[in-house]
Design a protein around this ligand. Structure first.
Ligand code: HEM
Length: 554
């Protein structure tokens, strides 16, 4: 048995070790004027610059949009070899894995804390090998901007290995989330035509408003005499699913029905299990590739159900659409659009729709939970937000794109929440050519991450970082543009940035505005801590109270 395991380990290490290249040590000179504005760097390389500018216009525009030039003396710097990058020492095959497995050690579901602690010990650039994955972790916005610049045409992110393996094993296309290179570009080109166009997304403002209104009523119906909602996580998940379902299928799934439709309930339960187990599977040695472990079997069962139910939603709609050819400029559901694309096979179209269903639910539901928690813990902020909403939105009236433009504070509240609780705690890229970062040479193929959680709580970038202060994101706050741009990184960056960002922001702005208009959100229990279930979630059920505000609104 022991030798089987050793063989399996050796095989896995071979599979997962990136090809190492011999890199010569070279010298380079620091620029006299260092460009600090990560935002400008992002904008400079991001093909969607103009459209993302519009999103930021909606919130607030920095007083100074140009890059800040800081005069620094020109000094000759020796660029050091990759091996010189500091970091924790690990064991030959498994790196620092035991640090995460031992009692009282670091934890996979607290990786964001591990990154922060390591960065404090080893500095803004350190490297670590956990199990088979070596990563360089960067906690300096200027240095990370070099990675952003290097993206290339087909940016490569670390795949969600268990998900990719599951799909390959079952002959399912890797889809937008996990595909790389030209295959990824094929999916991305099709989806971005709809999801990254502001006008297309704004078209869904009305239906998102209806879903949000129904959600508010659903919570009212579900709340107890103490105004708490049993298993709030599941209820908010229903909102997220109903929202993306409406976008994909142009019709309602019916998640707020009583009882919840069995399929929708089962999809929710399985998707939550799927995300929860992905976290430990991603960081541990992928033994499941050679023998199905207990955890893998459980994960596989969740994945089977997610695919099966996701597909049945899509299949049902696809059947109804058979033979329908949309007329030019006709407004059709996203699924109809996908199915009419020549570059996608019917199977590709189905996989893409399921990917969007999966990608849109855990993220926006947990993101919204964190916003509500922060509002409940900061009643003054909540009151200010309530006043902003009251000033522009008559009670029970629908939110329009024009109303959204008049709600800068809700956007600042969400940015501040994501600073404290970034749904994705770190970015991920494989550098595509040899580059210099922080005085070290990173060979092509190096896996690099921006330590978002660490930077977001660093007093150098955010004074009083533990304080929830949405005002720092408002126009008048005068925040340096490179720091302001840091907040965008919770959506990733460049050509591979979250494709659902516009949609997610719009649905969250609408739903959260409606929630604050209808309820005073309160929290009367112990403080909540973040944990990773792939995305950052509260560490226990969130027992918020939703006290109706009707009388104040009329
Ligand atoms: C709070 C909400 C969300 C957050 C914080 C978030 C964050 C992210 C991040 C960080 C990435 C990786 C980007 C990169 O590597 O540069 C990503 C990718 C992706 N997201 Fe989101 N996301 C959210 C909501 C959504 C929604 C609503 C959808 C679907 C409608 C979606 C679909 C996707 C897809 C398909 C990808 C893969 C894109 C690609 O690789 O080309 N996300 N998201």
């Amino acid at each position: 048995m022991a030798s089987t395991t050793t063989k399996a380990l050796t095989k896995l290490v071979k599979i997962n070790t990136p090809i190492k290249r011999v890199v010569s040590t070279s010298t380079s000179s620091r620029q006299g004027a260092q460009v600090l504005a990560v935002g400008a760097d992002i904008a400079g390389t991001c093909p969607f610059r103009s459209t993302f500018e519009t999103i930021d216009n909606m919130m607030s525009r920095p007083q100074q949009t140009a890059a800040i030039q800081v005069e620094t003396p020109v000094i000759e710097n020796k660029v050091q070899n990759y091996d010189a990058i500091p970091g924790p020492k690990g064991l030959p095959l498994i790196g620092t894995l035991f640090d995460y497995l031992k009692k009282d050690g670091l934890r996979f579901n607290k990786m964001f804390e591990a990154y922060r602690t390591r960065a404090l010990e080893f500095g803004p650039i350190y490297k670590e090998k956990i199990a088979t994955i070596s990563t360089v972790i960067i906690s300096d916005p200027d240095e990370y901007s070099k990675v952003i610049r290097d993206e290339g045409k087909y940016p490569m992110r670390r795949e969600m290995e268990p998900m990719a393996y599951y799909r390959s094993k079952n002959g399912i296309g890797l889809g937008l989330v996990n595909a790389q290179g030209e295959e990824w570009h094929k999916y991305r080109t099709v989806v971005s035509k709809k999801m990254l166009k502001m006008k297309e997304v704004l078209d869904y403002c009305g239906s998102m408003d209806t879903v949000a209104e129904d959600f508010v009523q659903h919570l009212k119906d579900r709340s107890t005499t103490k105004h708490e909602v049993p298993v709030l996580e599941k209820e908010i998940f229903k909102w997220a699913m109903e929202s993306i379902g409406t976008f994909l299928f142009e019709e309602r799934i019916g998640c707020f029905g009583s009882p919840t439709p069995t399929q929708a309930q089962s999809f929710i339960d399985n998707l939550q299990g799927f995300f929860k187990l992905m976290q430990p599977l991603m960081y541990n040695i992928p033994l499941y590739k050679v023998m199905p472990t207990k955890m893998w079997k459980q994960y596989e069962a969740y994945a089977d159900n997610v695919m099966k139910i996701g597909r049945s939603f899509v299949d049902k709609k696809a059947k109804a659409l058979e033979g329908v050819v949309p007329k030019e400029n006709e407004k059709v559901s996203f699924l109809t659009y996908l199915m009419s694309q020549e570059s996608l096979t019917p199977d590709d179209a189905l996989s893409t729709a399921v990917d969007l269903l999966v990608g849109a639910t855990e993220t926006t539901s947990n993101g919204s939970l964190w916003v509500m928690y922060c509002l409940a813990k900061n009643p003054t902020v909540q009151e200010k937000l309530f006043q902003e909403i009251q000033n522009v939105l008559p009670y029970k009236e629908a939110i329009t794109p024009e109303t959204l433009n008049k709600l800068p504070y809700i956007k600042a509240v969400i940015k501040e929440t994501f600073r404290l609780y970034p749904i994705t705690f770190a970015t991920s890229r494989f550098v595509q050519k040899d580059i210099e970062v922080g005085g070290y040479n990173l060979p092509a193929g190096t896996h690099v991450q921006a330590n978002l959680y660490g930077m977001f709580r660093d007093p150098e970038y955010f004074p009083d970082p533990e304080e929830f202060r949405p005002e720092r994101w408002l126009r008048e706050a005068n925040m340096e543009s490179n720091i302001k741009a840091l907040s965008n990184l919770v959506w990733g960056h460049g050509a591979r940035m979250c494709i659902g960002r516009r949609f997610a922001e719009q649905e969250m702005h609408i739903m959260l505005s409606k929630m604050v208009q209808n309820f005073k959100i309160e929290y009367h229990h112990e403080d909540i801590e973040p944990v990773l279930n792939t995305v950052m979630t509260p560490d226990r059920p969130l027992k918020l109270s939703f006290v109706p505000r009707e009388s104040e609104c009329l």
